[in-house]
Design a protein around this ligand. Structure first.
Ligand code: ANZ
Ligand code: ZN
Length: 802
């Protein structure tokens, strides 16, 4: 064994040994309690793994290793979220098939992950772009279809008029096409939709019992955006039509001085003959519809046009009020039309001021709240007919009744647009037949395999490149056998990641996506760690997907994740974002090559609180590397089997075991590492370190620095057969050593107990005697007496013989 710590000589060696011995393999048949740790599987980009991945993976690797040592049968899997735009765009640029690029990139990721010593069970790797995987994604789509949760609808998509392609939201940057900078337009397309809104209440209710970070729950609730209120119909004067509005404040209806339609509202076409300024209205609508939603709402100045010739009747007052179209009313929310109450709603107030519309106060503000702002609070009704004088909340039900409205609930959550007119995704398994309509591909014919194409670019007509593959597109209708054609849209990138955690339990099953027995054994995931950027879409989609499969009876737990935590991002030195264009991206491979994987892992755990953003700091890497060097030296220079017991080190060791054990559970990895450093420094100050203490220390360091600890541990082993440190039981601490740092010592005078003193553990005879001499209780005995001898047992007892 080398005298100096050299990670290059040990890391590869142990990675191979662990693989060979199957140390991290999850056992389907084990009787031990299971524990399922999950990290977000990466998109295998051409840039390879970055240091941000390492932070999350190393953290959950530590949790997984601790659980194994605690005796659990741990499932800690990994795979590839392999479909997606970057690979497709790369294919468009280079002509290299996305499957070829994916293979190359996953090989690189796998190599990088292995070099980090992550304890994944590599037998369970999944790849969402593999037909044996997406067969089941397609099968699940058919279940949605069967249950009426997949449907077709006309919805607006982002459209680049120059490239002539539909864009995903993430390809729209500041309202312009990410590649060419052309302002993006909206284009109405017939799309596959998934009715996630049917699960809005279940998704909300399910949150309650889950151990998610409070911030994560809040974001999910906000995204679902449940609002209680009423739907109220406003008749149109001189017409059969009515305008139905959704309001959360029906009690303010006496103050509704105008109505607003969203520019997409269907009534605009229906009322065309009646609208005097139709051209102006229509031009306005077309411009607004082309805009991005974030440009329409928010702080921007509101715009609108009066719909001339159309007046509505306020059902509370009987008054005729004007109707507008305006950008601040959205089509996808509520009914897409509002009653505007400018005295009590800030948005309406701004609009009313701009267009000189009447502002009528219907709730009196209590005198204390006398600011100039629009009063959006509750209070006594005024100017509200018979209801005046009543408390607005108390009168709410009566007012809804009086105007013929009904209570209603609305959600911000919208149905999921599930089509992409792209290539690198799961083909939607549907055949379109002239006589039968949309016909599901029979389950026995799955997977519908993505055909090979030469040109990956979407077509000028906005269709997927698949539309050009005649041999693939033209099929017989599964129903009537007449000529028909395949759906050429593919699924969004979010599909495959909505259920990957289920597949890990049974990754090779060809009969079903996962066997129920194995689902029962491993699901739900015990602990899922991921980024804050995924707590709305991915987390919501996957919870929904799992809840749906649960309702169908295919999985046994309604909620897929028991616990969800999140890591902070890693910034470049100076606290700025790491980005290729700035050239400040840190490649983990470099650190592994220069300092070793153990140092990189330990550094990323030590760099700062796990849930916070931290900046990269090379000098700290050196510090961590020196720490491991010290561990190495102590092991070789000080650890001894014949060293006599050392109380100070023993107490410190037990404290360290406790803090490392607790800190791993609460993800305070940085303080766990510093506790280890304190212990190592204390050992370094000693001439010898008892081997029994040292072995326990190696065990708690093992999850953090798996290679060096394995190497040092094996030096104690004389057995031929390899038995890894990572399978040894997690050490327990003895609470007795932790109770306190001081002890109570009884003081005897001539063998009779007279008092007791509290002194620091390990106090000397002189110190204890000095403390005793100060005690009032002992004064009668000790004053003027001559001490013959003192019998002292450290930390136990003192007998003063006079
Ligand atoms: C009248 C009213 C009076 C309103 C008042 C508020 C205050 P939240 O709370 O965000 O859910 N609204 C309804 N549909 C809308 C749409 N499609 N686009 C934009 N705004 C819409 O919002 C509910 C309130 O937002 C509703 O209650 C409605 O304005 C508006 F003193 O109706 B309210
Ligand atoms: Zn047919």
């Amino acid at each position: 064994m080398s005298k100096v710590y050299n990670p290059k000589q040990i890391e590869k060696k142990w990675q191979t040994a662990w693989d060979k011995a199957g140390v991290y393999n999850t056992k389907n048949t084990s009787k031990a309690k299971t524990y399922y740790t999950l990290v977000e599987f990466p998109f295998p980009s051409g840039d390879g793994l970055h240091v941000g991945h390492v932070r999350s993976y190393a953290a959950m690797d530590i949790v997984s290793r601790k659980r194994r040592m605690q005796g659990y049968n741990v499932l800690f899997p990994i795979g590839w979220d392999a479909f997606g735009l970057p690979t497709e765009n790369y294919a468009i640029k280079t002509g290299i098939h996305p499957a070829v690029v994916t293979k190359k990139n996953t090989n690189n990721f796998r190599k990088q992950m292995r070099a980090l010593g992550l304890s994944f069970d590599w037998n369970r790797e999944v790849n969402t772009s593999d037909p044996s995987y997406y067969k089941w994604t397609q099968w699940m789509f058919l279940q949605f279809l069967k249950k009426g949760l997949a449907y077709k609808a006309e919805v607006p998509i982002n459209w680049c008029p120059k490239d002539k392609i539909g864009l995903a939201n993430e390809e729209v940057v500041g309202g312009a096409c990410e590649r060419c900078g052309t302002p993006v337009e909206k284009k109405i397309k017939n799309q596959w939709m998934i009715r996630i809104t049917a699960y809005a209440d279940k998704l909300l209710a399910g949150l309650e019992k889950l151990d998610f970070l409070p911030e994560i729950k809040k974001q999910q609730e906000h995204w679902i955006g449940r609002a209680e209120g009423a739907r109220i119909q406003f008749p149109i004067f001189g017409s059969q039509s009515v305008i139905s509005v959704f309001t959360t404040r029906p009690e303010t209806i006496f103050g509704a001085t105008y109505l607003v339609l969203s520019p997409e509202h269907e009534l605009i076409d229906i009322l065309k003959p009646q609208i005097k300024n139709y051209t102006v209205v229509n031009d306005y609508c077309v411009t607004v519809v082309a805009k991005q939603e974030e440009d329409r709402v928010g702080s921007k100045e509101k715009t609108g046009v009066r719909v001339e010739g159309v007046e509505a009747v306020n059902p509370a007052t009987g008054e005729r009020i004007p109707v507008y179209v305006a950008d601040y009313v959205l089509s996808g929310y509520g009914t897409g039309a509002i009653m505007a109450v400018p005295a009590h709603d800030q948005r309406d107030f701004e609009f009313a001021q701009k267009y000189s519309l009447p502002i009528k106060i219907v709730i009196s503000r209590s005198s204390v709240e006398n600011s100039k702002d629009v009063f959006e609070g509750n209070g006594r009704l005024v100017n509200s007919g018979n209801f005046s004088g009543r408390d607005c909340q108390e009168a709410k039900s009566d007012i809804i009744k009086k105007v013929g409205g009904r209570r209603a609930v609305t959600y911000k959550l919208r149905d999921w647009v599930f089509s992409r007119q792209r290539y690198w995704g799961e083909p939607i398994p549907v055949v379109i037949c002239g006589s039968c309509g949309y016909v599901p591909v029979p389950e026995k014919d799955l997977p519908v395999v993505l055909p090979n194409v030469k040109d990956f670019k979407p077509r000028d007509d906005g269709q997927s490149p698949l539309a050009s593959v005649a041999t693939w597109v033209n099929v017989k209708c599964p129903n009537c056998k007449k000529p028909a054609h395949r759906e050429t849209d593919v699924m969004p990138n979010w599909a495959g990641s909505s259920w990957y955690f289920l597949r890990y339990t049974d990754p090779c099953n060809t009969r079903i996506f996962a066997d129920k027995k194995l689902l029962k054994k491993f699901m739900p995931v015990d602990w899922y760690n991921g980024g804050m950027e995924h707590v709305t879409l991915h987390l919501l989609y996957s919870r929904f997907w799992n809840q749906f499969l649960y309702d169908c009876g295919f999985v046994l737990a309604a909620e897929p994740y028991r616990k969800r935590t999140a890591h902070g991002v890693i910034l470049a030195g100076g606290g700025v974002k790491m980005s290729k264009s700035k050239g400040n991206v840190i490649n983990p491979d470099q650190i592994v090559a220069s300092h070793g994987a153990d140092t990189l892992r330990l550094y990323e755990m030590f760099m700062g609180p796990f849930d916070q953003a931290v900046a990269w700091d090379f000098s700290s890497i050196e510090g961590v590397s020196r720490f491991l060097g010290k561990v190495w030296r102590i092991h070789h220079e000080k650890v001894s089997a014949t060293a006599s017991p050392n109380r100070q080190l023993t107490v410190l060791l037990h404290k360290t075991i406790k803090s490392v054990s607790d800190d791993i559970e609460s993800m305070r990895f940085n303080t766990a590492v510093s506790a280890c450093m304190i212990f190592v420094n204390a050992c370094f100050d000693q001439p010898v370190v008892p081997v029994s203490l040292w072995k326990k220390f190696l065990l708690i360091l093992a999850p953090f620095a798996p290679h060096i600890t394995e190497e040092l541990w094996q030096s104690f082993s004389s057995e031929k057969k390899f038995s890894s440190i990572h399978t040894v039981a997690w050490p327990r601490y003895n609470p007795q050593f932790l109770i306190t740092d001081s002890v109570t010592i009884p003081i005897q005078i001539n063998g009779k107990m007279r008092d007791q003193v509290i002194v620091p553990v390990g106090s000397s005879q002189d110190h204890v005697f000095a403390v005793a001499c100060e005690r009032e209780k002992l004064q009668p005995y000790l004053r003027n007496a001559s001490v013959r001898t003192v019998i002292f047992v450290p930390d136990k007892i003192m007998n003063i013989v006079l």
